[in-house]
Ligand binder design. Sequence first.
Ligand code: ATP
Ligand code: MG
Length: 716
Amino acid sequence: GHGRVAPYLEGLNPEQRAAVEALDGPVLVLAGAGVGKTRVLTTRIAHLIASGRARPHEILAVTFTNKAAREMRERVSLFTGSHQGMPWLGTFHSIGVKILRMHAELVGLRPNFTILDTDDQLRLIKQILQAENLDDKRWPPRALASLIDGWKNRGLDPAHVSAGESSAFAGGRGAALYAAYQARLKTLNAVDFGDLLLEALRLFRENADVLAAFQSRFRYILVDEYQDTNAVQYLWLRLLAQGRGNVCCVGDDDQSIYGWRGADVDNILRFEKDFPGARVIRLERNYRSGGHILAVAAGLIAHNQGRLGKTLFTDAPLGDRPTVIGVWDSQEEARVVGDAIEDAQRHGVSLDDVAILVRASSQMREFEERFIAMGLPYKVIGGPRFYERAEIRDALAYLRCVAQPDDDLAFERIYNQPKRGLGDATLAILHEFGRRAGVSLMRAAQMLIETEELKARPRQLLRDLLLSFDRWRKAAEEIPHEEAAQLVLEESGYIDMWKAERTPDAAGRLDNLKELVRSMGGFPDLGAFLEHVSLVMDVESADAGQRVSIMTLHAAKGLEFDLVFLPGWEEGLFPNQRALDDNGRAGLEEERRLAYVGLTRARRTAKIYHAANRRMRGLWQSSAPSRFIDELPPDHIAVEETEGAAAFGGYGVSRFDAAGFGGRYETPGSRRAEVFRQRGDGSGFGRAAAGRSFDGKAVVRAAPASGFEEGARVFH
Ligand code: ATP
Ligand code: MG
């Protein structure tokens, strides 16, 4: 039209605007980091509503994290005002659970089903293996859990697992065990995380009327971070979108970082095939980062093969060069990062604009400790750390039993926690009785206390416990649910248990419990809170105030910060050795994409660290700088070394002239030495041996290997 441009369209560049205004039919926005893909999605929602094309509840928007959903909700409500209602906005999982609760009976569940976390899942699998007399040393529950997750991610139910794949566990019993596990979930009225997608897919596949209703309800579908959808998500989405065909997906193949969880970047290519006539829009102008940062990110990702290929440019000034900083060890790393943050703070940077992005969550603790010592406020985001803590899991188990008496796993967890004299023998009787009667443990207990089957003392103890639960359930209905939760934790003796434990960490645990109860106030009821907990991985502290964010690179997708710290760029840690061992070149490329994601989170400054020594699983190990550091375009980075790092002899300083490689090396005047090896063509670089001594001479032995060059690093 010729009227005034709607305010939400102002400031968009022509390509972004085209992507916003192409409302009908399939649209794929394929573009690099920071070009405004997410902004386009949000603006599309505003445009759909403002132009009268759709009412909010006719729009479905899928984000990758709950945090992203929340941010999008905030941005959308700025456009629309709250009176209009909101679109369906959330992760595939949260949308899956919402739809499943509406139609639970159709997939053999009751609407109040429980969502198990990985810990519950493992315990259940363990029980199933035990029942089948399978040795869990030889056939670890974890291995079966990961097979089952993999099958679910691919949309396979037990009937569709091939014999070949089934043979991967317990001599071909994989599929049967999977079936047993699914059956057990159904009797528990429970689902695991993977089921939220698999059952949602099954619901649509087996119920044409339900599918048709959702197809017509959601006139417009939008998907962010499309490159990380896995098969089951894709199949579900395709079913839904094929109704009206108004689907807009945005993604970046270079940011596909969940291959290990079944994400399949080929879904981008599949899109054009499955949605013929799809319009493909490319965005190339980056609005986020300075020129040096972009050049470094682009130079790094250029080492990957098989990319779809994209251009990125910016009009922004070159800005700061990313800095590569060598440090002595991981403690020094945490110290210098902390100092750099304080320094930035003095220069007016808000802590909310600072992030530390780690490859492995085990790297976090060192930063947390340092920041606590410095009094620097921080929060840990992504990863279920808070909810994984034992005291939190126990408290949640109590609450789950209150909300859902049939939740056996929760009941087992707290049945004798705190110790109330109820032993394994009684539990075994409950199990046996429950199995025979086809009822849950708590119902079995209810029935058993009326009989003579239990000895007098356990009978009385069980009766007390059941009476308490009756009281707590009543309380949960009558008083605010957070007060009820407090009551449960007090009356059960759970809080007293930690008070009685006079260990240093007991105080922290009591604080965590307080934090848990406090956070419940933000939810309408206990059910909503428990659902939130099972879905949400983000941890936020209740109090406001600026905080540094610590999170994994995986959790940082889609986010941006002025100042980004990237610690631990060392061989073995990043790229991660396991990714290389399991997936070879593909694994390496996914690690490199992760590095690309990390760098492109930075608006103004990115700092990369590599430590010469790191404690891994309690042992100090020396490490070589990540190969990714060598791949950064030298013209766009700055290199620094701390005094601590400069104190060692440097990397590859001396070469040994041993006849045939391998042997015993002595390096007088040093504390420690290591032998590194690589093939003539530069591949296969790695540490062959390390040694140390305390009498002024380090000794290192390396097994002979031909066709390699060896070099050493010496520590004085
Ligand atoms: P990622 O690939 O990391 O998810 P993205 O492509 O989704 O990035 P956005 O997060 O939407 O990018 O945008 C990056 C930054 O650029 C944001 O701060 C956003 O507000 C800003 N931005 C996007 N488009 C414009 C524009 N036309 N004018 C000014 N700023 C913009
Ligand atoms: Mg984005």
